[in-house]
Design a protein around this ligand. Sequence first.
Ligand SMILES: *[C@@H]1O[C@H](CO)[C@@H](O)[C@H](O)[C@H]1NC(C)=O
Ligand SMILES: *[C@@H]1O[C@H](CO)[C@@H](O)[C@H](O)[C@H]1NC(C)=O
Ligand SMILES: *[C@@H]1O[C@H](CO)[C@@H](O)[C@H](O)[C@H]1NC(C)=O
Length: 456
Amino acid sequence: MPRRSGRRDAYISGVIVAIDSTSRANGPRVSAETMRSVLHLLAAAAIGSAVAVAVAHPLNPRQGGGGGNTTIECAPIPSPFPTWQQLPQQSTLPDPFLPLQYTTPDNAQDVMAGRGEGRVRTPEEWYQCRQPEIVRMLQEYQYGYYPDHSQETVEATRSGNTLNIAVTAGGKRGQFRATVTLPSGASASKPAPVVINIGGMQNQAYLSAGIAVAQFDYTSVSPDSNAKTGAFWSIYNGRDIGVLTAWAWGFHRTLDAINMTVPEIDAGRVGVTGCSRLGKAALAAGLFDTRITLTMPMSSGVQGMGPYRYYTMSGQGENLENSKQGAGWWTNSKLGAFVNHSENLPYDAHTIAAAIAPRALVIDQGTGDQFVNSKGTAVVVYPAAKVVYDWLGAGDKIAISVRGGGHCDMSGFTSILPYVQKIFFGTETTKDYNDLGSYGSPVTTAFPWGTAVPGA
Ligand SMILES: *[C@@H]1O[C@H](CO)[C@@H](O)[C@H](O)[C@H]1NC(C)=O
Ligand SMILES: *[C@@H]1O[C@H](CO)[C@@H](O)[C@H](O)[C@H]1NC(C)=O
Ligand SMILES: *[C@@H]1O[C@H](CO)[C@@H](O)[C@H](O)[C@H]1NC(C)=O
């Protein structure tokens, strides 16, 4: 069955082509994500009960990438995206270095082994081409498309430690609240980093470490159901977007409000966390907003740091089928087409993690937590993602804590705290965050491309 052959032929055989700025404008170069826009907040932060209004301008962080004279030309992103039938069935974790254009069924063995034609070759190409492609692909197949933040106006008021957040877009308005708890000594002249969480965390250990804690009521952003109520759906009802993405948006708008109204918090050092389904949301929050310094998914399972493949590794794993059946609203409807065909997905959990690089990611898993397949996260997903982090020269920005205990055990928060302190304060720790604990060693056969990284 010939497929996407036109597009493939249209693409020059080399992956990297140096072109001048004239041909660049006309070439098939992929435009990067408009959703990755950066907020320019006009109003200065104010203490007490003040109002600040943010006006967003789109800014493409990839424009001008590639460093001056030479521009990298990206493999075009297939349009429309391939269906599951047009993708190779891959029993091992897909090669993160292979653009979607080249992820074809006619060479499945090469694709799985990291021998596919057209892999990205350099970190520059990763950041300019493949990383934005992954973010787009994940929205297409799983999350739904993140709303264009440049079309939103965010207003925030602060009353004590409560933030009232209102977002307006397209004449529609959604509102929700967040609370902040400051560590002692935090001030506008000595602002503290913050961890934004949903569903609760171990506040005191973090406050004692000089880290502020913020929380929003995620159900007021979107309920954990098909009901399209809450702040997010007040604006975006009707769109094929998963609830994980709605919650991620809640993290981001909370950060906007903190930046506008809480000068005691340093909005440049931000962690996001949650456990289980809320850990899946925290992962999405880290993926979709480069302002997030540290992503902290706890016991997150499938659509978090649990793999779609290898879900039997812990004996009773969450998988695509049971997650889509039990809580199909977490993701978009398109993911439903892959039910019973998860091995045709051109990504897995390690791909999500890799797309966050070089920003920091720390993964919590409990050995008593079979349902979210802690073992699979530890021996398959984590080491596969670390191959990419290492290749990008950011190997110390990905970490895992394999602890005892079960699902959402609060000890997970203290277990990762030394790593959080390392990221926020540069404090060294002797704890080994590459240690898979009782799970032992990585299962390298799950990512055969790991021994064939580009340029090696
Ligand atoms: C905070 O707001 C300022 C403008 O007031 C903006 O330049 C900065 O990028 C914002 N930071 C974050 C983390 O949103
Ligand atoms: C542009 O090219 C010139 C000449 O090859 C080189 O000296 C310079 O470093 C390049 N600039 C960048 C930003 O790559
Ligand atoms: C998936 O497979 C199961 C078991 O064979 C079947 O009952 C179910 O209908 C299938 N679902 C889809 C969407 O194909």
